[in-house]
Design a protein around this ligand. Sequence first.
Ligand SMILES: [Fe+2]
Length: 380
Amino acid sequence: MKRVLIVDDIDENRYLLNSLMKSHDWEVEEASNGSDALEKAKKSPPSLVISDLLMPVMDGYTLLREWKEDEKLQNIPFVVYTATYTEPKDRQLAMELGADDFLIKPMDPKEFMVRVDKIIGRALTKKTKRTKETIEEQKDHFKMYSEVLVQKLEKKINELQEANKNFEEEIEKRKNTEEALRKSMEKLSNMTESAVNALAYASELRDQYTAGHQKNVMKLATAIAKKMKLDEEHISALKLAAIVHDVGKIIVPAEILNKPGQLNTIEISFIRQHPVAGRDIFKQFDIDFPISEIIYQHHERLNGSGYPEGIKGDEIMLEAKILAVSDVVEAMSSHRPYRPAPGIKAALEEIEKNSGTLYDPEVVKICLQLFREEEFSFDE
Ligand SMILES: [Fe+2]
C-alpha cells in the first residue's frame, strides 16, 4: 500500500491532509517538524512526503536538503506544501534543493490529488540518483536560504510590530475610558455629598439648637467606624447618614423642637416620627448606600426599647448602633432648650452604664477608648 508522510507543525493542517490522503487509499504517517520526519522516514521510508516549510526545530528547507542527500530517501518524491513561503524565490530554492513539486495552501483537494498522482507517476519512470552538492552549489543554496529566511523574518517582525502598535493604542483608549468613568463616578459622589449636606443645612436652619450637632455626630461615628475597621463603603454610608440623621425633624413643628421643659405625649409621638420621615426623604435618593435604613434605625436600642420599630440585637444595623451611641454622647455633652448640658463625663457614664442593654458593648468600648485614651473631642 502507498504510504505518505505528512510533515506540518499545525495539528489542523495534518488532520485535513490526513483525511484527504486516506480517502484516496493512502496509508498515512505524521510528523510535526523536519527532525521528527527524518527520524520516522529513516526507520520506515514512505512512498511520498508532503512537507510544510515554516516549522520549529527543523524547517522544511533543511528537511528537503537532508532528504535529498540521504541515499535511502532521495528517490522518494518530496512535495512542498506551504502557506507562508509563496514568493517565486521561495519556490526556486525548493526546486533547486530537489523538491518534486511546490504547492501553495490552500489548494483544491481534487487538483491536489491530480498533482500527487502525476508526481508518483514521474517518480516511477525516472529514478535519478542525486549526487552530493558541490561546495559552490552549497554556498549558493545557503545564500538563497538565508535570503528567504530573512525576508520571512522581516515580514513576521513587521506583523508583530503592527500588532503591538494596535495593542498599545487599545490600552491607551481603555485608560482614557477608565479615567472618564472614574471622574464621572467622583462627580456623582460629590453631587450626592453636596445634596446631603444641603439637606443637613436645611434641617439645622429650623432647629438652631441642633446646629452643629449632626457634624459632631458624624465626626464621632466616623472615628468609631474606622477604629472598628469597617470598610470604606460602609464608612461612607455612615458618614452621609450621620450628617443628616435628624433631617426628619422638618415634620416636627418648630415650637415642639425648641420648647423648653418637658414634652407631653402628643409632642413626644411627633418627635418619634422623625426617623420615619428621614427614611422616607432618603428613599428618594437613588444611591447604593443604605443611608435611609441607617437613619430609620438611629433611635432603636439593643433591648428593643427604642423607636420607631422596637427592633433589637442583630436586627439593628451596626452602622445604626454606632450612630446611636454617637448621637447620645454628642447630645448629652451639649446644651438643649429644656436642660443644661450634663457634659461629656456624664455622657460617657450613661453609655457605659447601659452598655449591653441599650447600646452595643463593642461600640461603647471603642467610644470610651476614643475619649478617655485618645483625647477625642468635638469641634464645638
Ligand atoms: Fe434623632
